[in-house]
Design a protein around this ligand. Structure first.
Ligand SMILES: *Cc1c(COP(=O)(O)O)cnc(C)c1O
Length: 454
């Protein structure tokens, strides 16, 4: 009774290889382009920013890439993670659907993000790097990287968007505990930061500015590289350990999911969860419905354009072909800080364009309503990002109630919300609003997209 609702993979069966979906796409995804030459970027041009091993993974077509022993060793602190049947949620909804979630909130920083942070810290360490820089908004990524760098004896500098630094002190403390230096961005340490401060000494900062600072810091220091927590192919690759474990756990159960759901910011937890199931769909063995869930306030898949765009506001990054709202797009303030990115991972964008995956967008209050329901019946408090997936799962389960379909619905529980309680407080005391995105503003951002004839 009950125990079979938590499917554990024996520690010895942790996946030893990552799955690279680029091996199974029948056409290659469009290359990363250098904004000055408009030519595909070469590995040498990326070398000041990333270690060679990660640049190779970025373009690799090998289906299976071995996970280094040292990385697996650290993963054993929390992996394999359980696949849990949400039987109390099913009962509460009175649905004939069977609902499962993969619990990625059990890592020490509380999300899926250390799956790539640990791998990235490992490859940098192996190539002699001494320090990593990165940006963080709400602090999920910064704390994952701080955790990973600490384990490998690397220094870590986090440029944290100033408003978050001031309003969300607890993630900063977590980063400090793991030994990272956390700076409110814009800072006077970089030219990018100084020029912003010259215009506005009280600038609240933005993710775009923080990225520019972190990249500049890395390229101007010999022993330092930059690390990104989502979007890029190698990050999605590292997250596939989630879906590989889940696939194995479904085999143990003798089930196969009919619907897979994940929330999307840059696309990494969604990709990691669903990519290992996609070959079965491409081979016509399964008709799995695969759903990405995004905020209505930042709808890059459902309302963005599939085109080449910059990754940051300051136009410092290479050009990526992706679904984007435009690099100048600053979404309304919503509590799911991890879902406020203007673009989407190139591989996720490609699959959406081909109709292999679908997407849905929700307003903030409906999302928190679902999160509170989930917490009341299943116990764990979802991160505001994760709550988007919970909303879509509840709606699908309610549709099954109408039709009587006994679908198997599975979602990635990307993280817990214990550092986001002020957002829950706002929701519970009825002070939360649905941030609306004026259509004129969206139109303006999209018309401002760079036009390249490639
Ligand atoms: C960062 C974050 C996300 C969004 O990032 P993706 O790269 O799209 O996965 C989702 N959930 C949690 C808990 C996060 O911390």
């Amino acid at each position: 009774m009950g125990f079979e609702d938590r499917v554990m993979l024996p520690p010895s069966e942790i996946p030893k290889q990552w799955y690279n979906i680029q091996a199974d796409l029948d056409e290659p995804i469009p290359p990363v382009i250098h904004p000055a030459t408009l030519q595909p970027i070469s590995p040498d041009e990326l070398a000041p920013i990333f270690p060679m091993a990660l640049i190779e993974q970025e373009v690799s077509k090998e289906r299976w890439i071995p996970i280094p022993e040292e990385v697996l060793n650290i993963f054993s602190l929390w992996r394999p993670t359980p696949l849990v049947r949400a039987r109390r949620l099913e009962k509460y909804l009175q649905t004939p659907a069977r609902i499962y979630y993969k619990n990625e909130s059990l890592s020490p920083p509380g999300s899926h993000k250390p799956n790539t942070a640990v791998a990235q810290a490992y490859y940098n360490k192996r190539e002699g790097v001494k320090r990593l820089t990165t940006e963080t908004g709400a602090g999920q990524w910064g704390s994952a990287l701080a955790f990973a760098c600490n384990l490998f004896g690397l220094k870590c500098t986090v440029y944290m968007v100033r408003v978050s630094y001031e309003q969300k002190p607890y993630r900063k403390v977590l980063m400090n505990i793991w030994g990272a230096e956390v700076l409110p961005s814009p800072t006077d340490r970089t030219n990018a930061g100084k020029s912003i401060l010259a215009q506005d000494p009280n600038s609240p900062g933005s993710l775009g500015i923080a990225i520019s600072e972190a990249v500049e810091d890395a390229v101007t220091h010999e022993d330092t590289k930059y690390s990104l927590g989502s979007v890029l192919n190698h990050v999605l690759l590292h997250q596939t350990i989630v879906g590989l474990e889940a696939k194995r756990q479904f085999e143990m159960l003798g089930e196969y999911p009919d619907v897979l759901v994940g929330c999307v910011g840059g696309g990494s937890n969604f990709a990691g969860f669903v990519f290992p199931f996609i070959p079965d769909k491409l081979d016509d063995k399964r008709q799995t419905q695969i759903v990405a869930v995004e905020p209505l306030a930042c709808p890059s898949l459902t309302q963005g354009i599939y085109t080449y765009d910059f990754g940051d506001t300051a136009r410092m990054t290479p050009l990526l072909k992706m679904h984007t709202l435009g690099h100048n797009f600053i979404p309304p303030r919503i509590h799911a800080g991890g879902l406020r990115y203007h673009g989407m991972a190139p591989i996720v964008s490609f699959l959406y364009d081909k109709g292999i995956i679908e997407a849905v967008a929700y307003p903030q209050r409906a999302v928190f309503e679902a999160a509170v329901t989930f917490a009341r019946v299943e116990g764990i408090v979802p991160a505001p990002e994760t709550a988007h997936a919970v909303r879509a799962v509840i709606d699908e389960a309610l549709r099954c109630k109408e039709t009587g379909e006994e679908k198997v619905i599975a979602f990635n529980f990307s993280g817990h919300g214990y550092f986001d309680l002020s957002a829950y407080d706002e929701y519970l005391s009825d002070r939360m609003e649905d941030a609306v995105l004026p259509p004129e503003r969206l139109k303006e951002m999209l018309s401002g997209l760079p036009k390249f004839s490639l």
